[in-house]
Design a binder for this molecule. Structure first.
Ligand code: ZN
Length: 274
């Protein structure tokens, strides 16, 4: 009996101990679980922060690229419109006895074969015009395109000599010569935008050219290719050059069409455009 009596408290103590152990175990496990969860939470917060930062960087790069791209586009547009303005100014540049080729002008002459050169902006149009004239049954021959200043000087000096030999006094010879051969620096051929074209079967540079089928065709159609007959009959007072039904000047299609439509010279057209 005595032993039974003393057994009860022991059992209670043991139950207490077990209960405490279980409680402690659960508490520790719970706090371990919480710690793990917090760690996970912290990790995922860090992930989110990294993702946000990466996203910001990507956005910044994209914005930067967009800005750079827009700047590049704007720069290209400015360049293009400058080039177009330069092109238009050059294609309509008036060179005559009163307006010499500007100092430092850089002719953009290209070789078109047969020792001829013309401005690269006119080369394609010239080839097309000559080919179409031939296809129509006529015989155009490009005779003289771009000339260097030195070459023009040689032509002019020759002309002065011939004028003197024909009886003109030396002090008047230069002015007389200049009526037919432009003084060096005042020839459109030095711009590179002009081409003298003759008929293969009539090669003289005189008014008879206008009666050849080649010139008739060219005079009628040249504006479709961006060329004008630069020195029409009866315009010498304006152009400073005699009637030349063989000298074609490239001005571009739009200007050529307008000049032809209005029946005016390049000098008058430029004045009109102001
Ligand atoms: Zn000419």
């Amino acid at each position: 009996m005595k032993s039974r009596k003393s057994a009860a408290p022991v059992i209670i103590i043991i139950i207490f101990i077990l209960a405490f152990a279980a409680f402690a175990f659960l508490t520790v496990r719970k706090s371990l679980e919480n710690a793990a969860l917090e760690e996970q939470l912290a990790a995922s917060r860090m992930d989110a922060a990294i993702r946000t930062e990466a996203e910001e960087i990507r956005t910044a790069i994209a914005e930067n690229e967009q800005t750079e791209y827009e700047a590049m586009l704007a720069e290209r547009e400015t360049l293009q419109s400058n080039m177009m303005a330069t092109d238009e100014a050059e294609l309509l540049m008036v060179v005559n006895p009163w307006n010499p080729v500007p100092e430092g002008y850089n002719p953009r002459a290209v070789d078109i074969g047969d020792e001829k050169e013309i401005d690269e902006r006119a080369a394609g149009a010239l080839a097309q015009m000559v080919n179409d004239c031939i296809a129509a049954g006529w015989a155009p021959v490009p005779l003289s395109g771009y000339r260097t200043h030195e070459y023009q000087q040689g032509l002019f000096d020759d002309k002065v000599q011939r004028v003197i030999m024909s009886g003109t006094s030396a002090d008047q010879a230069e002015d007389k010569a200049a009526e037919e051969v432009a003084k060096p620096g005042t020839s459109e051929h030095e711009l590179g935008l002009a081409m003298d074209i003759i008929d293969e079967y009539y090669t003289e540079l005189d008014v008879v050219q206008e009666w050849t089928s080649t010139q008739k065709w060219l005079i009628e159609h040249c504006s479709e290719y961006g060329f004008i007959l630069r020195y029409p009959n009866g315009t010498s007072d304006i152009t400073g050059i005699i009637y030349e039904p063989w000298h074609y000047r490239y001005v571009g299609k739009k200007a050529a069409a307008e000049i032809t439509e209005l029946g005016i010279t390049l000098e008058e057209y430029v004045e009109l455009k102001g």
